[in-house]
Structures are given as structure tokens and as C-alpha cells.
Design a binder for this molecule. Structure first.
Ligand code: ZN
Length: 252
């Protein structure tokens, strides 16, 4: 299994300035290829990094914010062979799939099988190549239906904590081979809705994944030095943590 980071920037200034990309990440495995949070640039970064949208089996959109959903429609057109075949799975937050201002419209949804994420749900999906399981985790963000997950596929477990402020239940994402965490800033600055390095340390001490990657890095994090922050998180949590870079690949 391989995880490819197609955008590791976070925050509203980074989004417009594109200091770091905002294309989300992709999981390639025997049983499925899954694109998670295809924000602006997901298609272009996929092509540039040799990740063919035609070979996607599923797309996951954790919440209906521009930097997570804006390229979902075009990635669906790839997954469905140029929109010619009904194919693939889209897992989205309620606001993304059913909201008044849903980020994925009816026509694109008609090309795929959709599932609206519900906290606490555990679902199995069959793909053309195999199957995967997903457990939906509660997050607390200003998009009220934002979700994270534990994904089980080919004997590996990948956890993803997307945009959220700290809530107790985040530590329940246990047994992960890799936990990917959106860690936008090194320390609290009075704005809520996102995790800081301190929050990540707290989560890792209890959730104890085998490895952690911080991503969705904001300008304050980039200024401070993501590698130094990842080293500090490693030291204080005891869990090996690395800071994602655009184009980075991890093999599990
Ligand atoms: Zn967000």
C-alpha cells in the first residue's frame, strides 16, 4: 500500500497563495485506489505525480469546504472513465452530498455510488479489485457534518483526522498503522476549529498509532518549520511523526 500526498497546505491564505498544494492525498492498494479530500489542484497534482484519475475506485470528502471538495467533480469524471460509465464510490459528509450548497451536485452523484457518512457507522465496500472497510469518526469543525475515519484495507489500518478542534473522542482512533492528522499550526492562536501540535501530542499518547504524518500545514506552521515540529511531536508523544511534503510517498 502506498500513500501519495498531493497537497499538504492548509488555511485560507495558503489556499489562495498555493505556498503548498491543496489536492489532498491518495491511497493506492491492491483492493482500491482512493482519493481523499480533492481540493484545488487535485487533478493537476495527480497527473504531475503519475496518479491516474481513471484508476480511482473511491473518493472521500470529509467536509464541504472548498479546500477539500472543489476538485471532487472533476475527479469523479476521471473515476467514471470520462463520465461515460457509472463506476466507483463517493463517501461524503452530509453537507457535501445532501446540503443546500452541496459541493458535489446531483449529476456527478448520479455517476457513482454515494454514501453519506454518519458518526459511528462502520461500512464495507466492494470495489472491482477487492474491498475496504471504513469507520466514521466524529470531528468538530465549522462544517457541522465533518467526519474523520479509520480505513481498513489489505491488512492495514489508516486513520485520518481531518479539520477539527480537539475533542476527547479523537483518541479512540486506535490501532492505526498510520495516522494522518491535519495539524494547521504549532500553537493555539485564539482561532478554534483546527488542531495544534500540542493537540496532536495529546492524541498520539493515547491513540498510539505505529506512525503519524502531519499535513494540511498552515503558514504559521510552515514559518516555524514543520520538520522541527514533527521532531518535537515525536519526542513528546513517543510516536514517530513526519511532516508531509507535496509529492511525498509513504509505503506501508
Ligand atoms: Zn475545513
Amino acid at each position: 500500500m502506498e500513500i501519495v500526498f498531493l497537497g499538504t497546505g492548509g488555511g485560507r491564505i495558503n489556499l489562495i497563495k498555493q505556498v503548498r498544494g491543496t489536492g489532498g492525498f491518495r491511497i493506492n492498494s491492491k483492493s482500491a485506489n482512493i482519493h481523499v479530500d480533492p481540493g484545488p489542484g487535485a487533478l493537476i497534482y495527480s497527473i504531475k505525480n503519475g496518479q491516474d484519475p481513471l484508476s480511482l475506485d473511491a473518493i472521500i470528502v470529509t467536509h464541504n469546504h472548498t479546500d477539500h471538495v472543489s476538485d471532487a467533480a472533476v475527479m469523479i469524471e476521471g473515476m467514471t472513465s470520462y463520465s461515460l460509465k457509472k463506476r466507483g464510490i463517493v463517501i461524503g459528509s452530509k453537507k457535501t452530498l445532501e446540503g443546500e450548497e452541496k459541493g458535489i451536485g446531483n449529476w456527478h452523484q448520479s455517476l457513482v455510488t454515494t454514501y453519506t457518512a454518519q458518526y459511528g457507522d462502520s461500512k464495507h465496500f466492494k470495489t472491482a479489485k477487492g474491498e475496504f472497510g471504513i469507520e466514521i469518526a466524529k470531528m468538530k469543525h465549522d462544517e457541522p457534518t465533518t467526519f474523520g475515519f479509520r480505513l481498513t484495507m489489505d491488512g492495514r489500518i489508516i486513520g485520518y483526522i481531518t479539520d477539527t478542534e480537539y475533542i476527547e473522542s479523537l483518541v479512540e482512533l486506535t490501532d492505526c498503522d498510520l495516522l494522518i492528522v491535519n495539524c494547521i499550526k504549532p500553537q493555539s492562536d485564539g482561532y478554534h476549529g483546527h488542531l495544534t501540535s500540542e493537540d496532536v501530542i495529546k492524541i498520539l499518547r493515547t491513540a498510539k498509532p505505529k506512525k503519524c504524518v502531519i499535513t494540511h500545514l498552515g503558514l504559521k506552521m510552515l514559518a516555524k518549520g514543520p520538520n522541527e515540529e514533527a521532531d518535537r511531536i515525536t519526542k513528546e508523544s513517543g510516536i514517530g511523526t513526519i511532516a508531509a511534503k507535496d509529492g511525498m510517498k509513504i509505503t506501508l
